[in-house]
Each structure stands twice: as structure tokens, then as C-alpha cells.
Write a protein that binds this ligand. Sequence first.
Ligand code: ATP
Ligand code: MG
Length: 217
Amino acid sequence: MNISIENLNKTYLRRGKNFNAFQTIDLKINAGEFIAIVGPSGSGKTTFLHLLAGLLTQSSGAIKYDGLDFANIPKAEKAAFINDNIGFISQGMSLIPSLCVVDNLRLPLYLSKREHQAGVEINQALALLAQLGIEDLADEYPINLSGGEQRRVAIARAVMNHPKIIIADEPTNDLDDVSKAKVLELFKQKNQAGATVIMVTHHQENLAYVNQVYTMN
Ligand SMILES: Nc1ncnc2c1ncn2[C@@H]1O[C@H](COP(=O)(O)OP(=O)(O)OP(=O)(O)O)[C@@H](O)[C@H]1O
Ligand SMILES: [Mg+2]
């Protein structure tokens, strides 16, 4: 999927005044790219990713997926479009507390209209957890996990649905060097299989994996 970002602006209301989260963004991201977005804290990176993932609405401008304007997708279809095409890893913690790890991973599949085969899904989930070094945690609940473990579960969940686009907000925060490398290798593998990867990061070593770096000021 090609992404076209045109004249994009997001204004927040802060103490009664308009506050621009970032300056106008004009950008084309081609299918199969692996890009990093860097920049100081508060420069609007998370806001931009939330707009890309449909979690926020822009104040002006457009985001088009293969020419389809995100703003024109009917509300009832938007959630399905996002669930089927975008794997989102948020900067904060986002696991469902009442579901164990393996069920957190299965959730996006249940929300899609595809056919379900519990055995296949569980094996897929376990394989992803193993790839990230947390296969022993499949039956645990999020409250019993460390920050870095929760982050890896969220990363595994984001790729369960084979998304065409992976959007990751500081995915290697809270992780040791070995786990960081596992996460980046997973992204690399998905990118080589055709997924577009858009990653915000403050970690310089992650930039070795990407083909383009954009800076927000
Ligand atoms: N809901 C909100 N209402 C008002 N201002 C907001 C809101 N969310 C974010 N902001 C402001 O918008 C700016 C951009 O925030 P954003 O979270 O996008 O930054 P960031 O680049 O992701 O920072 P970090 O590297 O710290 O995660 C910041 O100045 C922030 O204070
Ligand atoms: Mg942020």
C-alpha cells in the first residue's frame, strides 16, 4: 500500500488556544519501505503516527492509502480497514488486562472477518512469542509482566494479522540489547515479506535497519 500524506496539520486546543502539534507534513511512503522518524520529545511524532493509524483526525490535509482518502472511509468500515491493514504499536502500554498473552495476540484475528482456526492461531501466536523470547508467558496476564515483556507482547500482537503497514512508536523502549535486536529482526523479516514499516525511535542503532530517516523538528 502506498501512503500519501498531503498538507497534513494537527492542532490541539491548549488552554483555549490553538497549538500546532507539528508543521505541515507532505510525504509519500511507498509500499515496502522501512522508514524511521526521529526528532526531539514533543516534536509531534506520536501525533503523526496516531493520525496515520486513524486514532486521531487531522485538522487539515489528507492521508491517502492507495489513493483512498482515510477521511472518506465510512465510520462503520474504518475500524475493519485499520484492523485488516495496519499493525499499530503504541508508545504507551496497550494490552487488554483481562486477556492472557496468547488471547491478546488472537484478538485482532477475532475482530477481522476471516475464518478462524484456533489451533493455527495459537501456534502462530506461540511462534511469534518464541521469536521475541517470551514464549513462556503465553498464559500470563499483562499485570504480571515487566514493561519490556508487555512491549514485546504488543509488538507480536501488531503483526498477528499480517498487516500491510506496521506503525511502531518507540518499539524498543524498555528493552535490553538482545530483545531490541529481536524486535528489529522481526520488523526486517516482515518488511522483506512486503510490509511497510514506519518506526519512531530515539535509538540510533535502530537506524541501521531502515532505508530512510525523516526528522521532525
Ligand atoms: N491531547 C493533547 N492536547 C494538547 N496537546 C497535546 C496533546 N497531545 C500531545 N500534545 C502536544 O503536542 C506536541 C506533540 O506531542 P507528541 O506526543 O506527538 O510528541 P512526540 O514527538 O511523540 O514526543 P515524545 O518523543 O516525547 O514521545 C507536544 O507539545 C504535546 O505536549
Ligand atoms: Mg511520542
